[in-house]
Design a protein around this ligand. Structure first.
Ligand code: SF4
Length: 369
């Protein structure tokens, strides 16, 4: 990573002002990698990004007018990408003359994405200019399936739907009401309403996407999309997460790569040799659906070899309750708890995991340096 030295052609083009000077003195200090820099320092590297004090009046040349130098004055407005739930920071460049959004770029002041977006972020411009985008309510005309629609007002749309919902609730037909949203970004609020109405009908693409993983996280520690401290991790285990080829959590991806640059080892469980797997220190090609066997074997090794975080386990798990409920004959001590857990997990050996998943037992046993 870092900035390369300017080539002869780049030098010439920068000198005569054909392209901006991307090779100023101070950039050279970033030669090498960026692992020593804080988030703020990384943000400062975006020197060519307009500083916020100029966001109300930012002038750039129109690239489409090249080689003419046609200036466009923008107002830059911070906004959020919602093409996935990472909700990275974007900035919308609004042409002050036409009031049209002309492009989206990253927002280096956003703490999550730090100005680095995946391709879908700037591509948001395609959505707002999509000729098929529905900008107002439409009501079906004619028979279902005939494809005929007419424009109605928002009031008519809301009244029509409200009357039908009210009628269904009054007639005790709660199960005939469903709410569907593409990407839920306001779960709590809408759930309060639906639950207040006695309706169990919230649907979204998440229901067939990440809800299984989120449910696990939620019951485990109360957050459905946690953000581990990847950039300071020593070992990162990815379970079918395609960071390099389209997995949507770009803020995680950039920190995982930072962690790797600091020496963290990366292991990826994935049946196929994905781009991410190929960048990993360990590729664990599990048969689809057998990842749990490997995880259970890892848990057994961690317990047997005392590799767990004792302080955390002692203070943040209900080990006393577990012992009392399932091993009433044993004294309630942490050591007895660990012994009971080892007994609980004893069938999940690395050999068992290999048989189930296809991942070699030696790889499961291997400890990164
Ligand atoms: S990861 Fe990409 S799609 Fe998701 S919010 Fe960030 S820029 Fe948008």
């Amino acid at each position: 990573m870092g900035y390369k030295k300017a080539s002869f052609i780049e030098n010439l083009a920068e000198k005569i002002g054909l392209i901006p000077n991307l090779h100023k003195e101070k950039y050279q200090e970033f030669e090498g990698d960026m692992r020593h820099f804080t988030d703020e320092e990384v943000a400062q590297m975006y020197e060519n990004f307009p500083p916020p004090e100029k966001w109300d009046n930012w002038v750039e040349y129109d690239p489409k007018a090249w080689p003419r130098k046609k200036k466009i004055t923008y107002q830059i407005v911070p906004t959020t990408c919602f093409n996935c739930e990472s909700a990275c920071g974007l900035t919308a460049f609004i042409d002050k003359e036409t009031q049209e959004v002309k492009k989206f770029e990253g927002n280096p002041h956003h703490p999550g994405s730090r100005g680095r977006n995946c391709a879908k972020g700037p591509a948001t411009i395609n959505q707002i200019t999509d000729p098929d985008r529905i900008l107002f309510p439409l009501k079906r005309k004619g028979k279902r399936g005939e494809g005929e629609w007419e424009r109605i007002t928002w009031d008519e749309a809301l009244d029509t739907i409200a009357v039908r919902i009210r009628k269904a609730i009054k007639e005790d037909r709660h199960n005939e009401i469903a709410y569907h949203v593409g990407r839920p970004g306001h779960e709590k609020f809408m759930n309060w309403i639906l639950q207040g109405w006695g309706i169990d009908g919230h649907n979204s693409h998440t229901n067939i996407c990440s809800s299984g993983a989120r449910f696990g996280y939620n019951i485990w520690y109360g957050y459905d999309r946690p953000s581990p401290d990847h950039s300071n991790a020593k070992f990162i285990l990815l379970i079918s997460a395609h960071l390099e080829s389209g997995h949507y959590f770009n803020p995680h991806a950039q920190r995982i790569i930072e962690g790797k640059m600091k020496g963290a080892k990366l292991a990826t469980m994935d049946p196929r040799l994905s781009n991410t797997a190929s960048m990993s220190d360990y590729w664990m090609p599990t048969y689809p659906g057998t990842e749990a066997a490997v995880l259970l074997a890892m848990a057994l090794i961690i317990l047997e070899e005392g590799l767990y975080n004792k302080e955390y386990l002692e203070n943040w798990t209900n080990w006393q309750e577990y012992l009392k409920a399932l091993h009433g004959d044993k004294e309630v001590t942490f050591e007895n708890y660990i012994a009971a857990m080892i007994d609980e997990y004893k069938e999940f050996t690395p050999e068992y995991a290999e048989k189930e998943s296809g991942v070699k037992a030696e790889m499961i046993l291997e400890q990164p340096d």
